[in-house]
Design a protein around this ligand. Sequence first.
Ligand SMILES: C[S@@+](CC[C@H](N)C(=O)[O-])C[C@H]1O[C@@H](n2cnc3c(N)ncnc32)[C@H](O)[C@@H]1O
Length: 260
Amino acid sequence: MSLDNYEQFTRFFHERSGIDLSCYKRAQMQRRIEQFITNKGFQDYLAFKDSLNSNPELLAAFLRHLTINVSQFFRDMGQWEILRASILPMLLAGRSSLKLWSAGSSGGQEAYTLAIILQETFPLVPYSILGTDIDDAMLAQARHGVYKTQDLVGAPPHILDNYFNPTGDGLQVKERLKSNVHFQKRNLLTGIFDTGYDLICCRNVVIYFTEEAKNSLYCRFSKSLRPGGVLFTGSTEQIFNLTELGLKPLAPFFYQKIPC
Ligand SMILES: C[S@@+](CC[C@H](N)C(=O)[O-])C[C@H]1O[C@@H](n2cnc3c(N)ncnc32)[C@H](O)[C@@H]1O
């Protein structure tokens, strides 16, 4: 078994999928990839690469394995409470609507959590939420909006009644919530983003990015926020070079674009 063509494989994979694995921390990525290759019974990168080329299902399964897409409704409840009680009222001062982005939205749990909080707290404020992810399977789940009952454990009963319909296999997000939330495929490692966001949530996505890739992303997020807009990160994702990025801390894991 020879697994020593990692760089060659990452070049092939970049061309094939548009995902540049060199932007992810090498040790973790390589371990994950080699675990997949071994589990699928391939002898080396070369044999795996040939199969990926001819087998779209294998490619989809590999992508699913790489994009660690665990998510949850109301993940880190304390942070959502800070958002609800302090950040959203501040963002709404002098504004009549909100433009929000859940970047790395996985199966949509974060984007819908945001929508529920807005509906519950500011029912009259118009808003639009964009959820983006690199993983087609997760985007399909997000658009479908069906979740297992246990995905919503901990949510107050009135939230379940107001925003979900029971279905055969779980709970489906009601249309009135879905109508403000849209999902699109987007690779956060490339390109420039839309501008004028009041809030960008990017939580538990950059854990495996290299420092360089993370910095480039935060820099593009900062350009995407309107002055005074807020970047909301995951609870292990502190940003240290804030001044360079034109951001300032507001509360733990909330960073504000310095108003001009
Ligand atoms: C652990 S989930 C986080 C989901 C949600 N933000 C949360 O905190 O519950 C990470 C998500 O980031 C996505 N992701 C990873 N690399 C990405 C990239 N380069 N561009 C866009 N999404 C990416 C994965 O597909 C996955 O769905």
